[in-house]
Design a protein around this ligand. Structure first.
Ligand SMILES: C[S@@+](CC[C@H](N)C(=O)[O-])C[C@H]1O[C@@H](n2cnc3c(N)ncnc32)[C@H](O)[C@@H]1O
Length: 272
């Protein structure tokens, strides 16, 4: 016989499973593939904020107060980001990796910022590619699952405090306004934004020179991470470069397809 504690944990899990199914069916965010502990933690933040006493009560609250949906989706997608987030990674990209990538490519240089949040990573990558390849030869696809973040990304307007995050010479070259910061038209022509679910959508067919997927995979279960590493390898041209977040580690069968360029900075080259 199960104890009261075991039963209440099971009831709680049932409630969470039903809530996750509701999120998937009503808002197209399939939660399968995320770490269960991460989902539970993120949803619990909203339970506490709203005073709901169970996942089932929270699901009912969503029906009664649809204005809660964006807060839940925000909590689930965790879109903290920044221009040149982790300066040491961008230094290696700017000084070593991108010059070599551009040198090896006579045509268009293609980047994919996968999980771009509100666009800061995509603009940062585009600036560095365009610095070496020129705007005519630079194309960056920037994707995220979160449509609100994508709307902010596409607007390309940021509070002026972000000036702290960027080298001054790049600000002068790529911003057309400072208060607030406005991304220049030249840079806008290099970047396109699209909604894309890394767990379920087919990778875009292009052979990318550079893929950045930073601080996204940490929320995914191990199987989902390993499948995605293989899809990134397929989406890169041979010799193309994958950049992960500082705490993300390349794992699974895709390890045989990459060699580290800078293991500390999580920068890898496709070799197979
Ligand atoms: C913490 S942000 C990282 C932003 C940026 N890459 C960086 O490192 O600064 C994580 C982003 O991953 C996105 N994300 C989460 N699950 C996703 C999925 N299944 N497919 C695509 N993007 C996803 C979130 O919407 C969020 O914008």
């Amino acid at each position: 016989m199960s104890t009261v504690d075991e039963r209440s944990v099971r009831d709680l899990d049932d409630g969470l499973d039903r809530l996750l199914a509701k999120i998937a069916s009503e808002h197209g965010v399939p939660c399968l593939g995320y770490k269960p502990s991460c989902l539970r933690r993120r949803v619990s933040v909203r339970l506490r904020a709203t005073g709901a006493e169970s996942f089932a009560a929270y699901a009912a609250l969503l029906d009664a107060h649809p204005e809660e949906w964006p807060r839940l989706l925000d909590a689930l997608t965790i879109n903290v980001t920044g221009f040149f987030r982790d300066h040491s990674v961008y230094r290696v990209l700017r000084e070593q990796v991108i010059p070599a990538l551009v040198e090896a490519q006579s045509g268009i240089v293609r980047g994919w910022s996968a999980g771009c949040a509100s666009g800061e990573e995509a603009w940062s990558v585009a600036m560095l590619l365009a610095e070496h390849a020129g705007v005519e030869r630079t194309r960056v696809l920037a994707t995220d699952i979160d449509t609100q973040s994508l709307a902010r990304a596409t607007a390309g307007v940021y509070p002026s405090i972000i000036a702290r995050e960027m080298p001054e010479e790049l600000q002068r070259q790529w911003w057309s306004g400072y208060e607030p910061v406005v991304v220049s038209d030249a840079l806008r022509r290099c970047v396109s934004f699209e909604r894309f679910n890394l767990l379920t959508d087919q990778a875009p067919p292009s052979a990318y020179d550079l893929i950045t997927c930073r601080n996204v995979l940490i929320y995914f279960a191990r199987d989902a991470q390993e499948a995605l590493f293989m899809r990134f390898a397929d989406a890169l041209r041979m010799g193309g470069v994958l950049v992960l977040g500082k705490v993300e580690i390349l794992s699974g069968p895709a390890r045989a397809r990459f060699v580290p360029i800078d293991a500390r900075e999580r920068i890898y080259r496709r070799v197979a």
